[in-house]
Each structure stands twice: as structure tokens, then as C-alpha cells.
Design a binder for this molecule. Structure first.
Ligand code: PLP
Length: 439
């Protein structure tokens, strides 16, 4: 039922905190999407969370459909994860020396993702993709990287490049501060476009160190690879001696017990050479990883010449949180993610259809997003062709009704296994009331 409070748009405690934050933190936030720039209004400063619920500085309760952008797959404050974190912290916050916990986390990842024989633990998804690219360049002795428009791999220089006008043009920097030389080693291609991939490799194949792709794209909204696209990536990169890097930072351990790989299966022609992970495997703490075949990973220092390191890599508290989270990602958890996602998507379909709001829902396993447009989305150009202004109004209608969606129409809606029936009912009622309001 939606008989809960309808909050005012004005959030006095968050407004005050934002003003204070802006004095000392650029834009008042430590990651830009948190600032609500694309939906307008004041970002809510959060104070605590439990299960699927968040409480902000004004004491208002929200259903969380961000889940920290993916990590909180078991919901907030899972008692077993909390216990593991506290126990690890009793030992040490950080040794900067090897520990059994990080070995156990690496073993858990290797056991879940068949082609991954070894992983190196790092502290963020950005570090994971940055290091995977370095390893690919080191192992191949080449420098060019192919990525796809709309895929986000963190704020790595080489991966913050957008395409020029034509297909297969070398990238231009996406941000001041990214040297043209860094972006110029990156080729940006349209996602799901096998012909563009083949043309690029035909022209520059011998210079290409790696193709990096989101296993299933989640950063332009959810856009899964079209049938055959991953196979083509594998085939074309292998033909030219380039490595295939599958970025599972978002999809890993969420789409299935292993990730997108476990759903789609091994591409014809063999598994990707390298994988990157983050989010779920840190259980809400800074932990991420990259990994692959042992012979390739042996190129890394101290075994091999490719340098990579980190003061806090394998941090015991983060490793404990990640391990406890992964150990509790059971079949029942994935079943619940499916049920919750399907219930929310059905509510969107039902309400939006009834109120005449054009929409399109897309899936990667239980990961889904809602595009405010009609017709399939298979590329970034498609994803950009939607009603962002309407999304902003819908977002705020939901926020007033105590549901915190990702504040951008290019993001997946994240659910957790702690989203119980009360949470789902709350969301469904808010979706109906918000659709009625914005239609
Ligand atoms: N790769 C993918 C697919 C991501 O979704 C993200 C973050 O959203 C990253 C890499 C970067 O991870 P992080 O934000 O931990 O640096």
C-alpha cells in the first residue's frame, strides 16, 4: 500500500549538509553521479541502512534501489557479514602483508569463475580495469585498446575516450586531463556492432593489445550483448593476437553465482583472457580484482615484469566482507533477486502501460533497467534516445514516496536478497502512484 508519507521535495538536513560539503568537497560529493545533476534537486545525505531500507539525515526512510551501485546484494547490515567484518577488524585494520583471508577470497572467486585460475586483488573497479589493460599491453607488447561506446570501465585515462564521428576513429579525450596521447591509443566502437569490430581489426589488428567490454553493459542502462557478439569478440581478437578482457565489475556474482559468464556460457572459441571484478566481491568495502589464466597472470610482478601493487590491496576487513558476502550468495539469493526484479519490472510495465508512458525494460539476468522510450536498445546511441526529462520527474515522484532510484536514466536498478515482500509492495505502490503523477 502507498499510505506512507509523501515527503516534501525540500530536505532541510541534506540541504544544509550539501552546503557544508560544497565548501570542502567539489560539488559536495565524492563521485559525480551522487550530485543529482541529471535529475535536479538535492542529493540525500544518508545516515544508516538496514536490509533494503535507507534513512537520510532528515530521518526519512527510503527503499534502496541503488544498493551502493551493486555491492549490497544481501541488503544492508547482513548479520553474518557484519560479524565477519568485526572479527577481521579485531585482528587488524590492515597489515600490508599477506593474510589467509585474502587467499580465501581469491579461492572463492577462482572456484566460481571457471576460466579464472588466478586473481590479483585491488581496491576498486577502476584499478582492476587499469591493471588488466596494463597486463594486456605488457603481455602483447602492443598499445592500442578497443572499447565500446556506452561501456564504463572506471575513470582510467585510456578508457575515458569517446568516439570521433566515424567508426573506428581513434578516441578523443572524454575529460580534460586525459592526454590526447592516452585517448589516442583507444579505439571506441559501437556496442553490438560486429562489422565495425571486423573492419577495425582488418585495418589495425596488429597494433591492438586488447578488447575490453562490459560482459553485459550496465552503464548505459542494461544492454546485453546481442546473440553472437561475445563470440565475435573472442574470434576476432584471437585471430589477431589481441586479448579479450571481460569487465564483470557490475555483473560479476550478480547475474549468476559467477556473473554474466555463467549465464551466457563460454564464447565459441574459448573464454575471455582476463576478467575484472568489483562491487559484490567487496561486500560494500573497497575490494576488486582482475584475473585470468595462470600463464598470463604470471606476467605480473613479482613473477613477471608487469608492475602492479597496492598498500591496501587484499585489505583484511574488505576481504572478510567480500568473502562472507560471496559465501552467502546461494541459489536462494539469486532466486530472490529474480523474484524481486520481476515484480518491480512487472509493476513498471503495468503502470507505465496503463498511463501511456513509453518504456522499454531490458535484462542481464536479474539486472534490469527501464528506458523511457519504445523499441530495443542495443547501443549507446539507442540508449541516449530516451526521455531523460520524464525520468527526472519520475525519479522525484518516487523519492517523495520513499523510493531511492539511481538518479540517472542510464543506470540499472539494483535490488538485494533483503528486498522482502514489504519492500516490493512499497515499490509497486510508489511506481503506480508516480506513473499516474508524471504521465
Ligand atoms: N567497470 C564497470 C563495469 C563498472 O560498472 C564500474 C563502476 O561502476 C567500474 C568498472 C569502476 O569501478 P569503481 O567505481 O569501483 O572504480
Amino acid at each position: 500500500s502507498n499510505d506512507g508519507p509523501v515527503y516534501p521535495d525540500d530536505a532541510p538536513a541534506s540541504t544544509q549538509l550539501l552546503a557544508r560539503a560544497r565548501e570542502v568537497i567539489p560539488g559536495g560529493v565524492n563521485s559525480p553521479v551522487r550530485a543529482f545533476r541529471s535529475v535536479g534537486g538535492t542529493p540525500r545525505f544518508m545516515e544508516r541502512a538496514q536490509g533494503p531500507w535507507l534513512w537520510d539525515a532528515d530521518g526519512r526512510r527510503y527503499l534502496d534501489l541503488v544498493c551502493s551501485w551493486g555491492p549490497m546484494i544481501l541488503g544492508h547490515g547482513h548479520p553474518d557479514v557484519r560479524a565477519a567484518v568485526l572479527e577481521a577488524a579485531e585482528g587488524s585494520f590492515s597489515f600490508g602483508m599477506p593474510t589467509a583471508r585474502e587467499v580465501a577470497l581469491a579461492e572463492e572467486i577462482v572456484a566460481r569463475v571457471d576460466p579464472v585460475e588466478q586473481v590479483r586483488l585491488v581496491s576498486s573497479g577502476t584499478e582492476a580495469t587499469m591493471s588488466a589493460i596494463r597486463l594486456a599491453r605488457g603481455a602483447t607488447g602492443r598499445s592500442v585498446v578497443v572499447k565500446f561506446a556506452g561501456c564504463y570501465h572506471g575513470h582510467v585515462d585510456a578508457l575515458l575516450a569517446s568516439a570521433g564521428s566515424g567508426v573506428a576513429t581513434f578516441g578523443l579525450p572524454d575529460s580534460p586531463g586525459v592526454p590526447a596521447s592516452a585517448a589516442g591509443e583507444t579505439i571506441v566502437l559501437p556496442y553490438n556492432d560486429v562489422a565495425a569490430l571486423e573492419a577495425t581489426f582488418a585495418e589495425r589488428g596488429s597494433e591492438i593489445a586488447a578488447v575490453i567490454t562490459e560482459a553485459a553493459a550496465g552503464n548505459m542502462g542494461v544492454v546485453p550483448p546481442a546473440p553472437g557478439f561475445t563470440d565475435a569478440l573472442r574470434r576476432v581478437s584471437a585471430e589477431h593476437g589481441a586479448l579479450l578482457v571481460s569487465d564483470e565489475v557490475m555483473t560479476g556474482f550478480r547475474c549468476s553465482p559467477s556473473g554474466w559468464f555463467g549465464l551466457e556460457g563460454e564464447p565459441a572459441g574459448g573464454a575471455p583472457d582476463l576478467f575484472t571484478f568489483g562491487k559484490v566481491m567487496g561486500g560494500g568495502f573497497p575490494a576488486a580484482a582482475f584475473g585470468g589464466r595462470a600463464d598470463l597472470m604470471a606476467q605480473l610482478a613479482p613473477e613477471g615484469p608487469v608492475y602492479q601493487a597496492g598498500t591496501l590491496s587484499g585489505n583484511p576487513v574488505a576481504a572478510a566482507a567480500g568473502l562472507a558476502t560471496l559465501q552467502r550468495c546461494t541459489d536462494e539469493v539469486y532466486q530472490r533477486l529474480d523474484e524481486v526484479s520481476e515484480a518491480l519490472a512487472a509493476a513498471v510495465t503495468d503502470s507505465f502501460t496503463r498511463h501511456g508512458i513509453p518504456h522499454r525494460i531490458q535484462w542481464a539476468g536479474s539486472m534490469f533497467s527501464v528506458f523511457l522510450r519504445e523499441g530495443a536498445v542495443s547501443s549507446y546511441d539507442d540508449a541516449k534516445d530516451q526521455d531523460a526529462e520524464l525520468f527526472g520527474r519520475f525519479f522525484h515522484a518516487m523519492l517523495r514516496r520513499g523510493v531511492h532510484l539511481p538518479p540517472s536514466c542510464f543506470e540499472a536498478w539494483f535490488v538485494s536478497a533483503a528486498h522482502d515482500d514489504e519492500a516490493v509492495e512499497h515499490a509497486v505502490a510508489a511506481i503506480e502512484a508516480s506513473a499516474a503523477e508524471v504521465a
